[in-house]
Design a protein around this ligand. Sequence first.
Ligand SMILES: NC(=O)c1ccc[n+]([C@@H]2O[C@H](COP(=O)([O-])OP(=O)(O)OC[C@H]3O[C@@H](n4cnc5c(N)ncnc54)[C@H](O)[C@@H]3O)[C@@H](O)[C@H]2O)c1
Ligand SMILES: [Zn+2]
Ligand SMILES: [Zn+2]
Length: 373
Amino acid sequence: MSARTTPAAVVREAGAPFELLPLGLGEPRADELAVRVEASGICHTDISVAEGKFGTPFPIVVGHEGTGVVEALGAEVDGFAVGDRVVLSFDWCGHCRNCVDGRPTYCYENWPRNFGGGRLDGSTSLELDGAPVHSHFNGQSSFAEHLICPAHSATRIESEIPPALLAPLGCGVQTGAGAVLNALRPGSRDGLAIFGLGAVGLSAVMGAAIAGCELVIAVDPNPERRALAAELGATHTIDPGADDPLEAIRALAPDGLQFALEMSGVSAVLQQAISTLAPGGTCGLVGAPPVGTRFPLDVHEILSFGRSLRGIVIGDAVPSRFLPELVGYWEEGRLPLERLVETFPFTEIDAAIEAARSGRVVKAVIEMGGAPA
Ligand SMILES: NC(=O)c1ccc[n+]([C@@H]2O[C@H](COP(=O)([O-])OP(=O)(O)OC[C@H]3O[C@@H](n4cnc5c(N)ncnc54)[C@H](O)[C@@H]3O)[C@@H](O)[C@H]2O)c1
Ligand SMILES: [Zn+2]
Ligand SMILES: [Zn+2]
């Protein structure tokens, strides 16, 4: 039996609707926190997972851009106190070679910990009518008023940044800004093209502005998003429905670009991103089509031009370092997250998902407003 209940948005099977139900919630284990969720962003990955495109088990509570207040600590947790304000991010093991080297987004246990639907031992923190509901999605399952998460997924934040702006830092903003600031690290004279201007792509645009890139080309069929990209720091925008992006980019940079980022999740766009590169350039693959997607590539597109193609997970971030850095950029007015966000009450999660899916809202954020336990 669970100690208490929490309202949570359950998806019973692939493609099923989000159902707001009271779920049983367990106690935090020795290395976990209990958090009262104040807000959670919706990332496109939540939608893909709910549709069954990532092979995660069901029933499940997704959501992985949570922020809230610590309400209980496991016995062995250091560095947090009840009442701390935290923003949540992904789970990692802390002892594999990449975690030890400070690259937790490439933890050897990344997939089972973040997409396995529970703790590594197979247990979950949620139940419905006595049956387990999958939890710990990306270390949190934040479409709920209360959750249990590994303590190292949480970062303490002391800023006055509103919850609705803090929440999306944990995935979408960190992913986009980090792809530029941590992974590609362009110099001011490098050219960068960003394909796909959702929260991830627009955060990459803001990251490129922070990096001081002189040539930032933003590509998306959505005219509002192109206009927003131009205001946030893109020097040029391209409508792929009207112009061939490759030709348009060659007109701006005849030798090609040093960097390109695929952030649309449309696998055919990856070919365009690679083809825009100058010899020796690097394409970062961030957009996530369904697991199993195959991509036909002429080997010489990479080999003969000395180009690189690399996957980038959650912006190569170390969240405990990068999330406070991003909050600092927001405080300085260099990361105007309020331009991206629209809030919805938790009871209107269906409208929030639809706003994100249709592209009407860049970053839909649900606000919980639940009472302290
Ligand atoms: N690698 C990671 O760690 C990571 C983390 C978070 C999200 N993601 C993935 O990143 C992608 C973007 O996430 P989001 O939340 O910003 O999604 P989103 O759906 O809001 O944005 C995708 C954008 O791509 C645009 N697009 C569609 N067709 C295009 C085309 N032909 N050319 C250029 N743009 C096109 C859409 O108009 C939309 O604006 C998703 O696939 C998501 O699953 C990856
Ligand atoms: Zn995400
Ligand atoms: Zn690890």
